[in-house]
Design a binder for this molecule. Structure first.
Ligand code: ADP
Ligand code: MG
Length: 437
C-alpha cells in the first residue's frame, strides 16, 4: 500500500461531487452568484431539464477581465478574505467553490461586463481548462452557460431521476429564491418556451405570484422582534395545512435553509389546530445577527447551525402563537409549570419527558396539558385523556350537524373521517360546506 497525493483534476472532481449533485444544484449556485452581484433582473434558460443547457443571465455588477480569469479557479472568491469574515457572512456564496466545481464536471462559457467598460469579456472552459478568452459586446452583468453536465461522469448521470423530477427540483430552487427576492425579476425559459416571469413587486404579491392566489389569501402576516432577532413573513391558516412540507419556506438572513428544530417549533405553535400528520404552510424570514449563524457546515450551505438556538426557537414559537391568537384561532388556558394536583405529580414522575402544564378550572378540578396535544383530567375511575385535536373536530362536527339540520339539510351525510376546519359566520348553507375537507 502506498499513500499518494491525488492529481488536481481528481481533487476538483471529488470536491465538485459535494456541491453539484444534480442540475438544480447548478441553477442554485448560479442564481446565488447573480443575487450576490446585486442583480435586479435574472433570466434562466434551460434545455432538457438542465441536462443540455443551463444559462443564467443577470444585470448585476459583473466581473472585469482580471476577475473573470480567476473566477472559475478552485477557492477563489471576492466575498470573504479572512478568518474573521467567516463569522460575518452577508452573501449567499463565500466558499469560492461553485464555478470551479461546475467547471470540473461540465463545459462552461462565462461572459461578463462591468458598468464602466464599453465591452465585456468571455471565457470558454472545456474539460476544466480555459480554452479561450476574448472580448464581447454585451449589456452590463454576467451570463454563465453550462452544457454537457455530467457528460464525463456516467455514474452521476445514472443517479439522476426522471426529467420531470429534475425539472421540479429546479423549479423549487428558483421559486424559493424568488420568494426571498421580490425586488428582482425572475424569468424562466425551458426548451425555448417561457415558463414563468415574476416581476419586481412587494413580498406579499411575490408570494401570490409564486405560490398562487388561494395560498396567499389564507395567510396571516407576522412581524415581531426582540433586541436580537426579527421575524417577518406569513403563516398559513390551519385550514390550508399540507400533508407534506412542500409549502414551508424558512429563511435565515434571507438564505433558504433547512432547520428541522425550527420547523418543529413552528408546527408546535399551531398545537391542536393541526392534525398531527399535517404541516403548517409558511413563508418566514428570520433575521439573526451573523455571529450566531454558522452557514459553513455543508458545502451546499442549506443547513445552518445557530449558537443561540434555544433563544431563537422560543422566539419563533411565541411569535407564531401570538399571531394565531391575534386572529382568534387559539384559545389558551393560562397554564402553569407547577402542579397542584396529585395527578400532575404522578404524571410527571411517570413521563418526565412530556412538556406538562396545569391549570385549575372554576370547579376546582385540574386539567393538565401534555405536550400541547392531550389534555389529562382526573375522573372517579382513573385518568381521562383527551386528544385535543379530535375533540375540537368533534365539537365542530356537532355544531355543523346542528347548523345543517336547522337549514333542513340533515340528510346530507358527512364522511366518517370528515375534518371540519372552519365554519363560516355567514348564514348560507353553501358557505358552511366550504370548511369540509
Ligand atoms: P463564491 O460565490 O463562493 O464566491 P463562486 O465560485 O460561485 O464562489 O464564484 C467565484 C467568484 O466569481 C465570486 O466570488 C464572484 O466574485 C464572481 N462571480 C461569480 N458569478 C458572478 C456573477 N453572476 N456576477 C458577478 N460576479 C460573479
Ligand atoms: Mg457562488
Amino acid at each position: 500500500m502506498k499513500i499518494l497525493k491525488l492529481p488536481q483534476e481528481l481533487i476538483s472532481r471529488i470536491a465538485a461531487g459535494q456541491v453539484v449533485e444534480r442540475p438544480s444544484s447548478v441553477v442554485k449556485e448560479l442564481l446565488e452568484n447573480s443575487l450576490d452581484a446585486g442583480a435586479t433582473e435574472i433570466d434562466i434558460y434551460l434545455k432538457k431539464s438542465g441536462l443540455h443547457q443551463i444559462m443564467v443571465v443577470d444585470n448585476g455588477n459583473g466581473m472585469d477581465k482580471d476577475n473573470l480569469k480567476v473566477s472559475f479557479l478552485p477557492h477563489t472568491t471576492s466575498k470573504i478574505s479572512s478568518n474573521h469574515d467567516l463569522t460575518d457572512i452577508q452573501s449567499l456564496g463565500f466558499r469560492g467553490e461553485a464555478l470551479a466545481s461546475i467547471c470540473a464536471i461540465a463545459s462552461l462559457t462565462i461572459k461578463s461586463r462591468v458598468k464602466d467598460k464599453q465591452t465585456g469579456n468571455q471565457v470558454i472552459l472545456k474539460k476544466g481548462k480555459l480554452s479561450q478568452i476574448q472580448s464581447v459586446g454585451m449589456a452590463q452583468g454576467t451570463s454563465v452557460e453550462v452544457t454537457d453536465l455530467f457528460k464525463k461522469i456516467p455514474a452521476r448521470l445514472k443517479h439522476l431521476k426522471s426529467p420531470t423530477y429534475e425539472m421540479k427540483a429546479i423549479l423549487l430552487t428558483i421559486l424559493s429564491r424568488a420568494l426571498a427576492h421580490p425586488e428582482t425579476d425572475f424569468k424562466l425559459t425551458h426548451n425555448e418556451k417561457v415558463h414563468f416571469v415574476y416581476r419586481k413587486t412587494s413580498r406579499k404579491d411575490r408570494i401570490r405570484d409564486v405560490l398562487g392566489k388561494s395560498f396567499s389569501d389564507d395567510l396571516f402576516e407576522i412581524k415581531s422582534h426582540t433586541n436580537n432577532l426579527r421575524l417577518s413573513g406569513f403563516i398559513g391558516h390551519p385550514q390550508i395545512a399540507s400533508r407534506s412540507r412542500t409549502k414551508s419556506y424558512l429563511y435565515i438572513n434571507n438564505r433558504p435553509v433547512l432547520h428541522p428544530s425550527l420547523t418543529s417549533a413552528i408546527k408546535k405553535a399551531y398545537g391542536t389546530l393541526l392534525d398531527p400528520k399535517s404541516f403548517p404552510n409558511f413563508v418566514l424570514f428570520l433575521t439573526i445577527p451573523t455571529v450566531y449563524v454558522d452557514v459553513n457546515i455543508t458545502p451546499t450551505k442549506d443547513s445552518v447551525s445557530l449558537s443561540n438556538e434555544k433563544e431563537v426557537l422560543q422566539f419563533v414559537y411565541e411569535s407564531v402563537t401570538k399571531t394565531l391568537e391575534k386572529h382568534n384561532l387559539m384559545y389558551r388556558f393560562s397554564y402553569q409549570k407547577s402542579y397542584n394536583s396529585a395527578l400532575g405529580e404522578k404524571l410527571k414522575k411517570v413521563s418526565p419527558a412530556w412538556d406538562m402544564r396545569e391549570t385549575t378550572l372554576s370547579n376546582n378540578s385540574s386539567v393538565i396539558s401534555l405536550d400541547n396535544v392531550y389534555l389529562a383530567v382526573s375522573t372517579e375511575n382513573g385518568i381521562l385523556l383527551i386528544d385535543q385535536h379530535a375533540a375540537h373536530e368533534r365539537i365542530l362536527y356537532n355544531q355543523f350537524k346542528k347548523a345543517l339540520s336547522a337549514d333542513s339539510l340533515n340528510n346530507l351525510v358527512a364522511p366518517d373521517n370528515a375534518t371540519i376546519i372552519s365554519l363560516s359566520a355567514s348564514d348560507s348553507p353553501r358557505s358552511k360546506l366550504r370548511g369540509i375537507i
